[in-house]
Ligand binder design. Structure first.
Ligand SMILES: [Fe+2]
Length: 240
């Protein structure tokens, strides 16, 4: 990884795909804002929900949106981009082939827990995806789970060896969140960051201070090194 490489693993930048960028001009503005904040690589992760759309339909829609974005980015200075999805965890979703939803050239899928109470079918689905479909799991914005999962449920979520844990940058601003996350952090846990940006105003790209804020964790330098090392490995898999 070249020096100062910074990756945004979670964005809603593709135009008209979900509740993110409303038009392609917004998409380009978001990408330019990320570049200005030092982001060199960006994964585009629109929401995917298997109870409202087939994987094939989503991929087709995503491809059309991406073509429009690529055209609009010509001549602009923006981060390198790869396609992915923020995949909402649903019952029986592991019956579908989920590999097309993986990030770029990798075998990594980003899974989002429902914003409901923890239920045990969720763990069953995750294990099916990970161990039967042989897909590497990245949990989206795990900082949110700290608000509504119990300690024992969080132990399960953070107890998967080799799973990747994505934090939203906004959580780094909160001392309460940093301390809560640190409680479940273990040495060598793969951690990455994401802006989860949806627009250019209310949920705008916010990478400018993220790496500095990581140092505000207890043992922040160790977590910063984990983010850098994980990003370096995943960059090769996703963009390679
Ligand atoms: Fe998101």
């Amino acid at each position: 990884m070249r020096k100062n490489c910074l990756v945004d693993f979670h964005t809603h930048i593709l135009p008209k795909m979900d509740d993110g960028a409303r038009d392609v001009q917004t998409s380009v503005e978001m990408l330019k804002a990320l570049y200005d904040q030092g982001v060199t690589h960006c994964v585009l992760t629109p929401h995917y929900m298997n109870d409202s759309e087939s994987v094939e339909h989503f991929i087709d829609r995503r491809e059309r949106s991406y073509e429009i974005l690529k055209e609009a980015c010509k001549g602009q200075i923006v981060p390198e981009i790869a396609l992915g999805a923020e995949v909402h965890l649903n019952k029986e979703m592991s019956n579908d082939d989920l590999k097309p939803l993986c990030m770029g050239n990798s075998n990594i899928i980003m899974l989002e827990f429902p914003s409901s109470k923890f239920q045990y079918w969720m763990i069953d689905e995750i294990e099916h995806i990970a161990f039967e479909q042989n897909i590497d799991i990245m949990f989206a914005h795990v900082d949110r789970l700290l608000d509504y999962f119990t300690p024992s449920q969080l132990e399960q979520v953070f107890g998967f060896e080799d799973f990747i844990y994505q934090l939203n940058n906004i959580s780094l601003r909160s001392m309460k969140k940093r301390l809560a996350f640190y409680h479940y952090y273990s040495k060598d846990m793969p951690i990455v960051l994401g802006s989860d940006s949806h627009d250019i105003k209310h949920r705008a790209p916010d990478f400018s201070k993220s790496m500095r804020r990581i140092k505000w964790f207890p043992y922040g330098n160790r977590i910063k090194r984990s983010v850098e090392a994980t990003s370096e490995i995943l960059l090769k898999e996703i963009f390679g």
